[in-house]
Design a protein around this ligand. Structure first.
Ligand SMILES: NC(=O)C1=CN([C@@H]2O[C@H](COP(=O)(O)OP(=O)(O)OC[C@H]3O[C@@H](n4cnc5c(N)ncnc54)[C@H](O)[C@@H]3O)[C@@H](O)[C@H]2O)C=CC1
Ligand SMILES: O=C(O)C1=N[C@H](C(=O)O)C[C@H](O)C1
Length: 269
């Protein structure tokens, strides 16, 4: 046992869960304090290292999230909306920083995090990578510089397992574009086009979604006008970028006042 901050990973068997576990194990700034999976999952009760197909790690996967959280300083949570709401209450009870990467949460579900954020820091972002958070700032600037003669479209592509659309990142980029333009995204978003839709409405921010194969995550923000186009692009080729950002957020949150934060706060952008 070291006195490095202990981190629990929820959704341990997931694509991001396993990447997060590897990232914490490789870190010299944090220690792995536990791994949580949902009740009934066949990893529960098994040694984490063996479950991941390697050598034993001496960490048993548990479905008792609160017991795991009380042994830790931070929880990194890339799971599903309902699970994240439950984990927020338990992280607040245990006094852990809660880093949330889960996407697809409704406005109502996001609002349910507020009471927990009064007790502990919550860092939540639809994308934890440095590149995308920088792209958000660029999107805001370009949108502020251009007028509505430039149609804004956000185009995203992800692997065929992804269950939510548009991606959390696409929505963050849409929000950034709307903020740059000084409008509310909910007033101008166009999220579904099919059939006789009519011509594009000036000022709208459109979203297009591609799902296929093993695409890790690709996002374009297109500014299209008569005679010219600008494309801001981020391409993720390795989930490690999200995991590194999440571990950075968990460490950054230590000693911070309770509240809701995002990666722009963590990265100081
Ligand atoms: N913010 C970011 O930078 C990123 C966010 N994500 C988001 O993270 C989430 C997970 O993505 P993936 O790892 O690809 O999905 P996945 O389906 O591979 O993993 C989800 C995991 O959560 C577990 N889980 C679900 N309910 C649970 C519960 N009640 N208790 C404990 N574990 C539970 C599942 O058993 C599974 O292991 C998605 O919302 C995705 O959009 C993914 C990558 C980057
Ligand atoms: O589900 C994923 O895989 C990803 N989800 C996040 C999102 O919804 O934007 C981030 C990343 O693009 C990968």
């Amino acid at each position: 046992m070291t006195d490095l901050p202990g981190i629990v990973i929820t959704g341990a068997s997931g694509r991001m869960g396993q990447m997060l576990i590897k990232t914490v194990l490789e870190s010299d700034k944090a220690r792995l304090a536990g791994a949580v999976e949902r009740t009934g999952h066949d990893w529960v009760g098994r040694d984490l290292g063996e479950a991941m197909g390697g050598t034993p790690l001496g960490v048993t996967v548990t479905d008792d999230a609160l017991a795991a959280f009380t042994q830790a300083e931070a929880v990194i949570d890339f799971t599903a909306p309902e699970a994240t709401i439950a984990f927020a209450k338990l992280a607040a009870q245990a006094g852990c920083v809660h880093v949330i990467g889960t996407t697809g949460m409704t406005e109502d579900q996001i609002a349910q995090l507020a009471p927990s954020a009064q007790k502990t820091p919550i860092v939540r972002a639809g994308n934890m990578s440095l590149g995308v958070n920088l792209l958000m700032q660029l999107t805001k600037k370009v949108a502020a510089a251009l007028d509505e003669d430039f149609d804004i479209e956000v185009i995203e592509a992800h692997h065929h397992h992804k269950v939510d659309a548009p991606s959390g990142t696409a929505l963050m980029l849409g929000e950034a574009a709307a903020e740059g333009r000084g409008v509310k995204l909910t007033d101008v978003e166009d999220r579904a086009r099919d059939g006789i839709t009519g011509a594009r409405k000036k000022g709208d921010i459109g979203f297009s979604v591609i799902r296929g194969g093993d695409i890790v995550g690709e996002h374009d923000v297109l500014f299209a006008a008569a005679g010219e186009r600008i494309i801001l692009r981020h391409m993720a080729t390795d989930r490690a970028i999200f995991a590194r950002g999440a571990v950075k957020a968990a460490l950054w949150g230590q000693g911070k006042a309770p509240g809701e934060y995002d990666m722009v706060d963590v990265l100081g952008l």
